[in-house]
Design a protein around this ligand. Structure first.
Ligand code: NAD
Length: 335
């Protein structure tokens, strides 16, 4: 088992990565907790034993269930059960569960302790780490949320065995992102070390900028187009697949702006393609709509804003000319 610390002063916590780490739940439940509210989904099929009185709530599937309505249902059920601020919420599932249950934990009684047991590759390397929680609105993804750090995260590699192949692949989209944030060795590592290395990269970035006042935005590498694709395509692309396309798009845009050379664009294609992820844009999308959606991105406070590679590494770039944004979309359509 590998332990990675997320360094946040008094709110620091450990992420345990390895085979069977879900069985360490009783050890990481905060002291004094009497009850645990376990939130999961039917398809997850992973049981946990918090070692205290507990009830399991099963939420719906997919981005539609990541909603204020689900948060209300959870909070009302916890209120009826008598969950208190000295109890704990345990989220067992992919990013949809950890984001939704995490947000409910952040707002119920103005905050109850939280432990994540992420069960998808994507949630283990990304969604469950760093304290971002939230839900979608019909107007867009992740528009309502809170920073709420867990007390511990258990990344159990055993449960990944039953993950559908497409979900595993989707997680690889976020792993590919870390290649460009200092993880050039990732492809050579065995799975548990690879996950731990991604967690360590994210932990270091979150530790330096918990509330995304600057540097943390690099974790959005590839995500500006990814979020637009997910909204425009009504979520038929998995998140990591959209990120994969977004990474190649960001590289091509950076090339057009003279920030990187052709070899670096090729490296993006090779890394993303090396995980068998898509490197071109699906046909039939309305590029005007994509540009409009990207202009509404949370980072876009002064014109079209992207996280782009360049001579100083990956950084946020504001005021990108719409013409370039549009041209690179047109160039990237699958033949
Ligand atoms: N908070 C953050 O920092 C952050 C970062 C990245 C992504 N996210 C969010 O994460 C979400 C995507 O998460 P995801 O890709 O994990 O999708 P998901 O949570 O929808 O899970 C994918 C599917 O796999 C099933 N599943 C989960 N674990 C399983 C297992 N072990 N075996 C079999 N089936 C299992 C789920 O029930 C679901 O059907 C998005 O909403 C995205 O916005 C959040």
């Amino acid at each position: 088992m590998i332990t990675v610390a997320v360094p946040l002063g008094e709110r620091s916590y450990d992420v345990l990565v390895g085979w069977g780490t879900r069985h360490r739940l009783t050890e990481v439940i905060p002291v004094g907790v009497r009850r645990a509210a376990v939130v999961t989904q039917a398809a997850v099929g992973v049981e946990v034993d918090p070692g205290v009185e507990h009830q399991v709530w099963t939420m719906g599937e997919g981005e539609d269930a990541k909603s204020l309505a689900t948060v209300e249902e959870l909070c009302r059920a916890w209120a009826r059960w008598g969950l208190t601020r000295t109890d704990v919420v345990v989220a067992v599932g992919g990013g949809v569960v950890t984001d939704t249950a995490g947000f409910a934990a952040a707002v119920y009684h103005r905050g109850v302790p939280l432990v994540h047991v992420p069960t998808t590759l994507l949630a283990q390397v990304d969604a469950a780490i760093g304290g971002k929680t939230g839900v979608n609105l019909p107007e867009g993804k992740n528009l309502v949320g809170a920073f709420w750090q867990p007390s511990a995260v258990l990344c159990d590699t055993e449960v990944l065995d039953r993950l559908p192949p497409r979900e595993y692949l989707s997680g690889c989209g976020e792993v590919a992102k870390y290649h460009f944030l200092g993880g050039t060795d990732l492809l050579d590592l065995p799975l548990d070390e690879r996950i731990a290395r991604c967690v360590a990269i994210k932990a270091e970035i979150v530790g330096s900028d918990e509330r995304e006042s600057g540097r943390r935005a690099v974790l959005n590498y590839g995500h500006t187009l990814a979020h637009a694709l997910e909204t425009a395509g009504h979520y038929d692309l998995r998140h990591g697949e959209a990120v994969a396309i977004g990474l190649v798009y960001a590289a091509r845009l950076a090339r057009r702006l003279g920030r990187i050379d052709d070899a670096r664009v090729d490296e993006h294609r090779k890394v993303v393609g090396g995980y068998d992820l898509p490197t071109s844009l699906p046909r039939g999308l309305d590029h005007g709509q994509l540009v409009g959606l990207m202009a509404r991105d949370k980072k876009a406070t002064s014109g079209l804003t992207f996280v782009l590679d360049g001579p100083r590494g990956v950084e946020t770039v504001a005021g990108v000319d719409e013409r370039h944004v549009r041209d690179v979309l047109d160039e990237m359509v699958a033949p």
